[in-house]
Design a protein around this ligand. Structure first.
Ligand SMILES: C[S@@+](CC[C@H](N)C(=O)[O-])C[C@H]1O[C@@H](n2cnc3c(N)ncnc32)[C@H](O)[C@@H]1O
Length: 273
């Protein structure tokens, strides 16, 4: 497998990763402004999924191509569009070998994909190949950390607890996807610069997450809703689940109070002349 197909996540992806109302539209507008995209721009999203990022662009009439390993995720995207739009081109394929003609797109967008693929350098090379001269690649990442310096959010608390449990269980790095370069890793920037790009980092938008509790977030790890849990051997996942429950019952002071949190969407933008 060249990456991790999200076929198994299709039934809960939007419920667990979706943005609060209005955020995806603000994100689209921020991307358009950052990349100075005209109405006739042709955009490619590598790892398009169910269209969390794509749909506002498509609804605004942009030409949007999406590539994904998962037919089921893209099927969900198509269902949401309900045949209303013809300027969408969805291709089942591997982002390490983008099934597109070279020098076609004004912009390539990638959100939460590079940590899933076998060779992220090859994916960046492919994005560069797909771009026209003067085009730009935008990598975006949800920064769930506590932006305002407040105490940890439920999401961060659970992430830390889970990671500590995997450490205790001596889970090797090849069984925990969290060891792959994530988000806007420095190594992405170095590689893009080596490809001749000028790279800039920026915050696209800030918003408030939907309130959630520690117990709700923990359930997503316990029910294997995150890709980092999929490659854990069953017996390790079962033991980590038990220990996470123990942490909630014995150590977590307030597991049932919903808390919202500030969030940001950051971007790394690579431009070529
Ligand atoms: C976390 S989802 C992100 C989807 C979308 N970009 C978003 O932000 O909602 C990652 C997507 O990448 C796809 N994917 C993973 N490896 C891939 C590969 N090698 N080629 C194409 N798609 C891949 C998965 O099937 C999944 O739909």
């Amino acid at each position: 497998m060249p990456g991790i197909s999200f076929d198994r996540a299709v039934d809960y992806y939007d419920a667990t990763r979706g943005y609060p109302p209005g955020v995806a539209e603000r994100l689209r507008d921020a991307i358009i402004a950052a990349l100075e995209l005209s109405r006739s721009a042709q955009i490619l999203e590598a790892g398009v999924g169910t269209g969390r990022i794509a749909i506002p662009f498509i609804e605004a009439g942009y030409f949007y191509a999406g590539v994904d390993l998962s037919r089921r995720m893209m099927g969900q995207l198509r269902q949401k569009l309900d045949g209303r739009n013809q300027r969408v081109h969805l291709i089942c394929g591997d982002v390490m070998h983008l099934p597109v003609v070279s020098s076609t797109f004004h912009a390539v967008v990638m959100v939460h994909v590079l940590h899933l693929v076998d060779d992220w350098r090859q994916v960046l090379n492919e994005a560069h190949r797909a771009l026209r001269p003067g085009g730009a690649l935008l990598l975006a990442d949800d920064a769930h950390s506590d932006c305002d310096g407040a105490e940890y959010t439920p999401r961060t608390q659970v992430q830390r607890a889970w990671s500590a449990i995997l450490d205790e269980l001596n889970v090797p790095s090849d069984q925990r996807r969290d060891s792959a370069p994530h988000g806007l890793d420095e190594r992405f920037q170095d590689h893009l610069q080596a490809l001749g790009a000028t790279v800039e980092r920026t915050t696209l938008i800030t918003y408030r997450q939907q309130p959630q509790t520690v117990r709700q977030v923990a359930r997503r790890y316990q029910e294997r809703m995150y890709s980092s849990c999929w490659i854990l051997p069953d017996h390790i996942h079962a033991e980590a689940t038990r220990r996470l429950q123990h942490w909630i019952d014995e150590q977590c002071p307030d597991p049932d109070t919903p808390r919202d949190a500030p969030a940001r969407i950051d971007a790394m933008i690579a431009r070529w002349t």
